[in-house]
Design a protein. Structure first.
Length: 259
């Protein structure tokens, strides 16, 4: 893993967290505990690991810190506990990106899966009609973009190998939870069926809606390549990621966006 992902950050299981390599900076992890995320789960009373995931926001190579600041970008890394949340696989609670002060708009996020398997679930709106809902099934090396304003959560889809992913977002990130919690979560819940396969259950607090299940795609229009480490792409050409902190510069690409 170290060789491929272009930056030396090693996920640890006990305690859940990270070891940073030489010349790599990163903070103490923050934890999301089961108690913090219950309101967005299918069964808010479910049993599961006490600490569900560990997050380090603002990691990178020391040499790149100034560029990250200048471009108003931030890499975060997240690693998940094993286990399950009642019938659901281990997953994040889900959020919408709050408005950034710099662009006065919500911002996108780019995910790169490192270990395990992920489903990146996303829906256009958190209203009675959530509009389009997608579940993108991603494996190590896959890159997935979540557009500005969409609500999303990330599922650890392989019960045998917990998920770790890198994400690129705006530096002044903020998360909105209240609307999601008022609906008891997002419009679809993943549940683990026989053979640990994921099935999708509608959240009936939303009106009639569909789910599109898909694989990751190429993002040629953003000049982002699949199968080239995200961090390496940033090192080579940080300019291509300016749309993350300034999504309005590619406004036309967000219309009818398919992840
Ligand atoms: O707000 P939640 O759903 O607990 O998840 C927080 C994590 O989600 C991510 O934004 C990925 O969506 C991480 O970068 C972040 O730390």
């Amino acid at each position: 893993m170290r060789q491929y992902y272009g930056i030396e950050i090693i996920p640890t299981k006990e305690p859940l967290g990270f070891i940073y390599g030489k010349n790599v900076f990163g903070p103490e992890v923050e934890y999301r505990r089961l108690e913090d995320i219950r309101k967005s789960l299918l069964d808010p009373m479910c049993e599961g690991p006490e600490i569900v995931y560990a997050i380090a926001m603002d990691v990178g190579k020391s040499k790149d810190k100034n560029v990250l600041i200048k471009k108003n970008l931030l890499f975060g890394i997240v690693t998940y506990a094993s286990g399950r949340l009642g019938k659901e696989p281990v997953r994040s609670q889900g959020h919408i990106h709050a408005l950034s002060r710099y662009c006065n708009c919500s911002t996108p996020e780019i995910f790169e899966i490192w270990t395990g398997e992920a489903v990146i679930y996303m829906q256009e709106k958190v209203e009675d009609n959530p509009d389009r809902c997608f579940a993108v099934y991603a494996k190590p090396k896959d890159i997935v973009i979540v557009p500005p304003g969409w609500a999303h959560y990330t599922v650890s889809a392989n019960t045998k190998e917990p998920l770790t992913f890198l994400a690129l977002c705006v530096r002044d990130y903020g998360f909105e939870y209240e609307r999601i919690r008022s609906y008891g979560g997002l419009a679809w819940y993943p549940i683990l069926e026989h053979n640990d396969k994921i099935e999708w259950v509608k959240n009936n607090r939303y009106k009639e809606h569909d789910l599109t299940i898909k694989d990751p795609r190429n993002y040629d229009e953003f000049s982002i390549k699949q199968n080239v480490p995200l961090y390496e792409q940033f090192e080579k050409n940080p300019d291509i990621f300016e749309f993350v902190s300034n999504p309005n510069m590619v406004q036309r690409l967000w219309n009818n966006f398919i992840p």
